[in-house]
Design a protein around this ligand. Sequence first.
Ligand SMILES: [Zn+2]
Length: 607
Amino acid sequence: MPTPSLEYTISMIRANTHYFDVSLRINLASPSAGPIKLMMPTWTPGHYAIEDFPRNVLDIKAQKKSESGWEEATVEKETKNIWKLNWGGKTDTIQAEYSVHAFEYQDTKSYLDTDHAIINGASVFIYPIGMENERIKLKLIPYPGWDKAATGLDEEAKWEFLASNIDELIDSPVEVGTQEIRSFLVNDVEHQISIYGEGPVDREKYVDDIRRIVENEISIFRQVPYKKYVFIVDFTDEAVGGLEHLNSTVCFVPRLRLLPREEYNLMLGIFSHEFFHTWNVKRLRPKGLGPFNYSSETYTKSLWIAEGITSYYDDYVLRRAGIYTVPEYLSAFAINVNLMSAYPGSRWQSAEESSFDTWIKHRKGDPNAPNVTMSYYTQGAVIGWMLDLQIRKNSRGRATLDNVMARIYEQTYAKDGRPYSDAEFEAIAIEFGGREAKEIFDSRVKGREDVDFDRYLRYVGLRLEPKSSEAAKGFLGIRLNRNETGKVSVSTRLAGSPAEKMGLSVNDELIGIDGMRLSLEKASFYIPNRNPGAKVTLAIARNGLLMEVTGELGTKPALERRIIPLSEATDEQRLLFKNWLLEEWKPQINYPEYTRSPDRKTTLDFV
Ligand SMILES: [Zn+2]
């Protein structure tokens, strides 16, 4: 094999400073007088937001090889993420060196301390424009005492890896340190689990649960499209979530959420979600999502498929793998139902609109977001479920959404490596789901109509009911936040709420209510226990000025609902219930009571 055109060496020796020292050797096919442009991505595949990774690059220096040795090349910054290298005469070898500050524990960023390192490609690799498809070698120089690297890249020798192009390099994160690496085989293919950090968990069972997820998802697509798969798992203090990659994923699991069983299972959903992406988005993908344009936004209307249908399956696969009980699965699914029906945002964004605008809306943490947006994760999970139940009903359980996913995968990526179009996905869904599937596309994929959850639940002998009797409870329609100094303020205000009518705003600090000093606990107790229609006076501080607002409490709507059985079920409903949930229909569902982890962020705790 010829020498790879690009050779990266990443030194972690200065781990205490959190700087990776990177050198890049560029081996040109023939002597050139330049110039060469180097580029750094501005976003990471899977996380659709511009992140401007070059802000962490300290400095770039470059040299060219000449007959007498190395000579300096000039480096001129051209845009925020492009550097132009110039030199005199011709050369076939350029060496660039730079340092990257890596101290952000987030799924798109990189991290380095004296304990371990996570290299997330887009935030570390700067590459020559025009050489994206060249072969690459990556060499690691670990911090003293570290003995392992977990990555989906092919290993050529200890600490040396190969990538066939820039996309593969960027899409193959690496965890380096002294973590534990376990593995198992499914269909004779190796699956590794690299676990960094301590946590209250039985690791045998943990690995076995992940194996069950892997087996179940492979059975949906019926093809294993990788030579090795690596789950890079970090047990964390608070960081939570995961990001999918070509044949690996990086998942952060807060250690307190490994307890109790319900939280543990919810956290397994990170693995079933990210692993499902191995097919849905990493290979079965809409146009634009690979090969990637790393310099600007890539627009697609199909993230509700890529992320949302993945979100439907992330819970459902846990049921199919026997990890979730029926009540556990239904309460996990009800989170989507509640978000979609409680927030006004679904009236302003269809699934396609939400997908398209992810770059400017989804990741921005806007306090008004619940009023005007509805996540494509939530919408897609609900739409995937509607399609699944409709297909099961029309076929009396002989076909499911699995058939749609397997067919579109087969017909596009597996057959000729091409992306799918929106119309193509819709056509296959209609082929299995009939005209009712077309209605789903018209009303919710492209439209903004309210979802009739009970219609689909009825197919399987179920319905919704309010989780607790909220009738006659006072309500302002705000979510409160307490900051580190103890101040309580409005973090979200629902559109059309009593709070909006009385002129209470986001960021208003709540000091008192009806003449009483107020704490978060007191507000959460007092407001629902006053009758709807009661007049309240709130003492607030706005922009540093004290003032009062007065108005009437409204009636608390049923923000949280749960799924329960109908009083009686027909044969068809019983058949479809069992077909979907793999258990006989029963006239009662016993939901477990448990104490939620303090790390779990509840999203519908409005007063
Ligand atoms: Zn995802």
